[in-house]
Ligand binder design. Sequence first.
Ligand code: CAA
Length: 259
Amino acid sequence: MSFEFIISEPQYQPHIALVRLNRPKELNALNLQLMGELRDALKELDDNNDVRVIIITGNEKAFAAGADIKQMSDKSAIDMLQIDQFSTWDSIRKTRKPIIAAVSGFALGGGCELSMLCDMIVASETAKFGQPEIKIGVMPGAGGTQRLTRAVGKARAMEMVLTGKFISAEEAFQFGLINKIVPVELYLQEAVKLAKEIAEMSPIAVQLAKESVNKVYDSSLQEGLSFERKNFYMLFASEDQKEGMSAFIEKRKPEFKGR
Ligand code: CAA
C-alpha cells in the first residue's frame, strides 16, 4: 500500500512496525486523508503475522497539532455528521496489537486524542499535550473529554479542556498520562525498547491482555472482570501458555510462537 501523508514500515525492527505521520509543514494536522491512511496501514499491520507491536510517531516538532482546522472551518453541522470523520478512529481503536505513541513536540487536540488512543505513550522532554479546541470555539470530539478525564482525573481534565492550556511532558508524567519522558534524541529509541520487551511475550496473551485492559473504558467493573476471566481461561488453549509455564518451571527463557 502506498500513502501520501504517512510512512509505514512493517519491518522497522524484528516484529516491530513503525508508522510515521508525515505532514511536517502542517505540524501533522490530521486531515481526512491522513486518518484514512492511518486506518488502512494499521489494519494491514494488524493482519501481518510478523508484526507484534506498532509504534506511531510524528517528528521532533510535532506528533500532531490536531484535526485539520482548515479542512473543517467552513463545514456545517450536517456536513460534519455526514462526513463523520471520527468513525475512522473507531477502526483504529479495534487494532488488536499494542500501539505505542512516540511523542515529541505538539500533541494537541486530535493529536493528544490520537496519542491517548494508543496503548502507551513515550514522550520526549519537549512534548506538549493539550486540548485547545475551546480556543477555536469547539470542544474535543475524538475522545478528549473521556480518555483524558479517565487518565488524569476530573479536575485536571476540566482545566485543560475548558482553558485549552498545554501541559508539559513532566506534568503529563506526573498526571499519569504518559509512560516515560526521555531526552529528545532518544524518544523513538525508548519506544522501540518498550516495544521489544512486549514483542518478546506471547502475542496471543498480549492481544487478549490489551483487549482486557481496554475493557475498563466501556464496561462496569463486574462486566470487565468477567471479560478478563474469560480471556485468561482462553489462553490455556494456546501453545504459548504451555511453553511459558514450562519454561518458568524448567528455569529457561520461553520461546513464544504466537500459537
Ligand atoms: N490544522 C491545520 N493546520 C494547522 C494546524 C491544525 N490543527 N496546526 C498547525 N497548522 C498549520 C498552521 O496553519 C501553519 O500553516 P501555514 O504555514 O500555512 O500558516 C503551520 O501548520 C505551522 O503552524 P504555526 O505557524 O501555527 O506554528 P507555531 O509553531 O507558531 O504554533 C501551534 C504551533 C501552537 C501548534 C499552532 O499551530 C496551533 O495552535 N495549532 C492549532 C492547535 C489546535 O487548535 N488544535 C486542535 C484542532 S481541532 C481538533 O483537534 C478537534 C478534535 O477533537 C479532533
